[in-house]
Write a new protein. Structure first.
Length: 332
């Protein structure tokens, strides 16, 4: 679907101007050992080096900067499996907004500590992401706080879309972009930004097989819920919301292809980034790289040529966890 036919618009240029003082222009890294036989280069867009360690600060900044004075005074609440909560906590601290973050009990310790260090009140809210979301929406109603959606919000998606404009500026002769996909704020926002400027670009959304609610919702033609499964890509866990209004539409209309990666493939990508590139990349941030490493150039042979961008969306993983992966047998 052409951008002009979507039922809503994302104001990405305004987001660029708004969040500029609060984010980093993250680098791209050309990977010499990932070059196609035809000479197509692979560039990693390193949002793992972004403020708070992930792309999430883009959307969080854009949303919190849109709050009214009254909303700012009352404060915000968010639910998160880690990175969104850390980003909201950080921006709330910068802007002086009281913040409560509801997280599942299994939240990564690195991300949990980051939220607390930023000054947010963090509530462990149950065994699943959906339980954390229920707690957050309840608190928003009870305490009159603005609920900061992790993905299904035009402000959030526009903030994430600013990454797409950077990719266009940084990667020459762009043909294909691989993007991690969960709730769809990142993939949908970036796809919107890219296709608005370069309609020919091919977008591949990559989900963890153990966190594939968006993938299955697209197959079903509507938002569905699924039981959560354990995954190295815990940042991608959780549902997309049964009342999803924006991100499912963006992904359905603008993402050209979908790929699922297994746990052993995610592990391989994390270790490749660590050992070969000296990069700390968390499981959710590594899925797009995993797709290319493990599926090879056949994955993008229909892309019409051009260089390949791979979004490395987060780096909030402990060195101890990476060292454990070097010693554990791979799991399917």
């Amino acid at each position: 679907m052409p951008i002009s036919d979507l039922p809503f618009r994302l104001d990405i240029p305004t987001a660029v101007a708004a969040i500029g003082p609060h984010i980093r222009l993250t680098p791209v890294l050309r990977v010499p050992d990932l070059v196609s036989p035809e000479g197509r280069n692979v560039f990693l867009k390193l949002e793992s080096l972004q403020v708070t360690g992930s792309f999430k600060v883009r959307g969080a900044a854009n949303r919190l900067l849109s709050l009214s004075d009254e909303e700012t005074a009352r404060g915000v609440v968010a639910c998160s499996s880690g990175n969104h909560g850390r980003a909201v906590a950080h921006m709330a601290g910068v802007l002086g907004v009281p913040a409560v973050i509801c997280v599942p009990d299994w939240v990564d310790a690195v991300k949990l500590e980051g939220m607390k260090a930023a000054g947010a009140r963090v509530i462990l809210s149950g065994a699943t992401y959906d339980e954390a979301e229920a707690m957050a929406t309840s608190l928003a109603e009870e305490e009159g706080r603005a609920f900061v959606q992790p993905f299904d919000d035009p402000w959030i998606a526009a903030g994430q879309g600013t990454l797409g404009l950077e990719i266009l500026d940084q990667i020459p002769e762009l043909g294909t972009v691989l993007i991690p996909l969960s709730g769809g704020g990142l993939a949908g926002g970036v796809a919107y930004a890219l296709k608005e400027r370069l309609p020919s670009v091919r977008i591949i959304g990559v989900s963890a097989a153990n966190a594939r609610v968006m993938y299955e919702s697209l197959r079903a033609g509507k938002p569905i819920s699924m039981e959560e499964e354990e995954t190295l890509a815990e940042a991608l866990s959780g549902g997309i919301g049964l009342t999803n209004r924006y991100s499912l539409t963006l992904v359905r209309e603008l993402v050209d292809e979908h790929v699922l990666v297994r746990e052993d493939e995610i592990r391989r990508a994390m270790l490749y980034a660590f050992k070969s590139l000296n990069l700390l990349v968390e499981g959710g941030g590594a899925v797009a790289l995993a797709a290319l490493l493990c599926r090879g150039w056949d994955l993008i042979e229909d892309g019409g040529g051009g260089n390949v961008g791979v979004v490395v969306s987060g780096g909030n993983v402990s060195l101890q966890r990476l060292l454990q992966l070097t010693q554990e047998p791979p799991s399917a």
